[in-house]
Write a protein that binds this ligand. Structure first.
Ligand code: SAH
Ligand code: SF4
Length: 360
């Protein structure tokens, strides 16, 4: 016999941030059979219900308990934009008025959704628009689940992949993010395959080690973005704490513990900063024997950010050196460049329009 010891706080707890054990505890607290936790889980995470009263297959007693003690988060969509290539960007307003972006990206017949994990970001990378306003707050698990709900609602096709590559540093919001990943990959919940969920980090080494210990069910992507500590220090301040050698040692630990896991290395190409032949060669040496895939991200320009996108020929030449060394390297155009699809751009544009007194 199992006993569940979660206490249910008196304020309205969002159901869409609860894992299965918490749903079981709710059934216990409401005095109904825990068998109803299955229907509750399906209603929340499979059918993305937004109305507790409408979950018809739950006993009345449970529904009235849920209405009294819980809520279902559903952020308002305050702006959308759609690019010629089908990429859709949504700006979502949370209950406290804070806004984050989520992006739906079509490709290879599948839809990928890019999830934000924080409002803003504290890491301060100099090429990133999200960094410019600093960190406002962490998102809750329920708010991350609600992003998926909003994406699913607006799109006719089912989202197949989740990438935690939107606004924020996922490993700065470890607990809420980890609960989200577990809910997302619960086979009886949102049921994403762990191979189709990818977390991207700027390289917070202790939290990466925790991810290894916790066997977090998702893939790892690391934003390397430079091949020398001097350059990485200058564009990603986090490097001063966790320099390249330590970061890549941690990636090697992850690979050895997780077995055949292929880690994705992201590399933003900034003209004249990190895109030279010598950089490409150093990158090959740094990644030798690791079996990583490299995503090359030509810088997505935005007025005010002091960088340039390299010429297409420079991007191809950089990639060719990696391929020659046996590294799988893919150039990822920021999808929907006509709608400014790099993270933080829709939000910045809407803010500017609001400031100018125009309707968002
Ligand atoms: N904070 C996490 C995840 C969000 S950023 C991280 O840094 O990994 C997701 C990716 O977008 C990172 O690889 C980052 O380097 C990249 N990125 C940020 N701004 C960009 C820009 N202007 N152009 C191209 N890629 C950018
Ligand atoms: Fe934060 Fe990632 Fe942007 Fe760096 S690139 S500021 S870690 S969101």
């Amino acid at each position: 016999m199992r006993f569940f010891v979660y206490s249910i706080p008196m304020q309205l707890t969002p159901l869409n941030g609860m894992d299965y054990d918490q749903l079981l505890a709710l059934c216990n607290a409401a005095g109904v059979s825990t068998a109803h936790a299955d229907s509750l889980r399906a209603a929340i995470f499979r059918y993305y219900s937004t109305d507790i009263a409408a979950i018809a297959d739950l006993p009345l007693r449970l529904r009235s308990y849920l209405r009294e003690h819980t809520t279902l988060l559903e952020p308002a969509c305050t702006a959308t934009s759609e690019a010629a290539d089908g990429t859709q960007k949504l700006l979502l307003r949370m209950a406290d008025g804070k806004e984050v972006e989520t992006v739906l990206i079509p490709g290879n017949g599948r839809l990928t959704q890019c999830i934000s994990t924080q409002v803003g970001c504290a890491v301060g990378c100099t090429f990133c628009l999200t960094a410019t306003a600093g960190l406002t707050r962490n998102l809750s698990t329920a708010e991350m689940v609600a992003e998926v709900m909003a994406g699913q609602r607006i799109s006719e096709r089912q989202v197949r992949n989740l990438v935690l590559m939107g606004m924020g540093e996922p490993l700065h919001n470890y607990d809420a993010m980890a609960q989200f990943v577990r809910i997302a990959t619960d086979p009886k919940g949102m049921a994403f395959s762990p191979n189709r969920v990818t977390l991207s980090t700027s390289g917070l080494v202790p939290a990466m080690q925790r991810m290894i210990r916790d066997e977090l069910p998702c893939n790892l992507a690391v934003s390397l973005n430079a091949t020398t500590d001097a350059v990485r220090d200058s564009i990603m301040p986090i490097n001063r704490k966790y320099p390249i050698a330590l970061l890549l040692d941690t990636v090697r630990d992850y690979i050895s513990v997780r077995g055949n896991k292929r880690v994705l290395i992201e590399y933003v190409l900034l003209a004249g900063i990190n895109d030279t032949t010598a950089d490409a060669e150093r990158l090959c040496a740094l990644l030798a024997g690791m079996g990583c895939t490299v995503n090359l991200l030509p810088f997505n320009t935005y007025p005010g950010l002091p960088f340039d996108r390299p010429a297409d020929t420079a991007v191809s030449a950089f990639r060719a050196i990696l391929v020659e060394a046996g590294i799988i390297a893919v150039v990822r155009e920021s999808k929907g460049r006509d709608i400014a699809a790099a993270c933080g751009q829709l939000k910045t544009e809407v803010m500017q329009r609001r400031k100018a007194g125009l309707q968002a």
